[in-house]
Design a protein around this ligand. Structure first.
Ligand SMILES: [Zn+2]
Ligand SMILES: [Zn+2]
Length: 253
């Protein structure tokens, strides 16, 4: 059995959610953590978690919308975080690749959510793209000793793997580990101990081969798992057991 630790089921692609949840169940997905990126998706995630047993929610504002993070927004996210089955703050972080908002604005919002996660004693789901040095610097500055969480859709290098190990963070891999040219992602999977590894789809994005370019969904987790099991030279069952145990420990589900 698997846990998809990062999905976006509030997206319009999943309008017929029952079909996707049935397919996920049939593929052995026993729980899904639905990550949010703005206030609407945070509200939507909490709503999905209320309606469906197997769904848990994470709430926050994505770095792409970091300019929306003011006192009123922080209060709204904090209220949502107090709802049942909200298991994490996320996604938050820095994205200098698409760089939709100025770096200082992204950094300010990132600090807000790192503080909030620790205040609420919840793990944080970190999105980091082309922003590794600032991510590490800010996490070091904001860590009051209670910081825990995961680097989702891991796109760092060896230094970030080492930093994750230092602060006991998890590292999560998605469908891009199956892409032909994703050598660095596979190297990172090889470097990451299975005791610190999580699986995610980040659906509807990043469908694994052989569905690349199509709508991703939680039912595709086994394709990601089988690629990583090959890299680790272990059975899919062993990888599933380890990553599910990790997800349950981190998100307390
Ligand atoms: Zn992300
Ligand atoms: Zn995401």
């Amino acid at each position: 059995m698997f846990i998809d630790t990062h999905a976006h089921l509030t997206m319009p692609e999943f309008k017929d959610i029952d079909i996707y949840l049935l397919r996920a169940k049939n593929a052995g997905i026993e729980a899904i953590v639905n990550a949010s990126f703005d206030l609407d998706s945070s509200i939507g995630s909490v709503d999905l978690a209320k309606r469906f047993n197997e769904i848990y929610a994470a709430v926050a504002i994505h770095p792409h919308d970091a300019d929306l993070v003011d006192d009123k927004m922080i209060a709204a996210i904090k209220d949502l975080a107090a709802e049942q089955k909200v298991v994490a703050i996320g996604e938050t972080g820095l994205d200098y690749y698409r760089n939709l908002k100025p770096a200082e604005v992204q950094q300010r919002a990132f600090r807000v959510f790192l503080r909030l996660a620790q205040e609420l004693d919840k793990p944080v789901i970190i999105h980091c793209r082309d922003a590794q040095d600032d991510t590490i610097k800010i996490m070091k500055e904001e860590n009051r000793g209670a910081l825990r969480g995961v680097f989702h859709c891991f796109a760092g290098d060896e230094a970030l793997v080492r930093f994750a190990e230092e602060i006991s963070f998890y590292i999560s891999f998605t469908g891009n580990v199956t892409f032909k040219k994703a050598h660095e992602v596979r190297e990172n999977a090889a470097r990451t101990p299975i005791t610190k590894m999580l699986l995610e789809t980040d659906c509807p994005y990043l469908a694994p081969d052989p569905f690349r370019g199509k709508t991703n969904e939680p039912a595709y987790i086994p394709y990601i798992a089988s690629e990583i099991a090959k890299i680790k030279n272990i059975s899919v069952e062993e990888l599933a057991a380890a990553t599910t145990r990790n997800a349950r420990a981190l998100f307390n589900i």
